[in-house]
Design a protein. Sequence first.
Length: 226
Amino acid sequence: MTDELVHRLGRLDACAVSDALDRLSITGQVATGLPQQAASRKIFGRVVTYRLVPAGQAVRVPGAHVRHLGTTAVELAQPGDVIVTEQRTGIDAGCWGGILSLAASLKGIAGVVADGPVRDIDEARAYDLPVFCRSLTPRTARGRVEEASVNEPVCVDGVTVHPGDLVIADGSGVVFLPAQRAEEVIAAAEAIAGREAAMAKDLMAGRPVTEVMGQNYEHMLRTTAA
């Protein structure tokens, strides 16, 4: 997957990409229960993942060094990547925190999407690191949850996310693009965004909104690729 494809994704918004997924009948890729809690800008990029389980349930290789959760993902991520974590244990414990936010910010990581509680959110805000998450908590992960996998598939708000997939997140929600169909989705989203830009131009020129948002708009997702 080329950097140019990621750059093209960055020109879009989550709604256009969601519409493109509808146009292509790709379902189960939108996460709406993860509001933005730090920074206010859109994030987009390739996904690096990690998954947490209740403390004591992770499978350990005898003699293997245990790292603090999230640190391996930060080290693996490249500038512009997005870290996506699953903490669906039901335990109120942070899956991301302040030191991780600083490390990610220093490395140029684009942001974090967490299906679970995040702590130290004020630090993420101070570092201007965008964070989208399920909830906030002051409770530490220590003794409560632990890392079970890194850069393996995770489940985020019901969406199965693979490392190397693309993600875009803004004030409307979080949308994941399967890596194998990312170029197709982005092309469809670009066409939709172009149609909407033309509609906005018509409105600015004085055309009535009932005409601009007429029958063609209602069928836009069926006709964009025609």
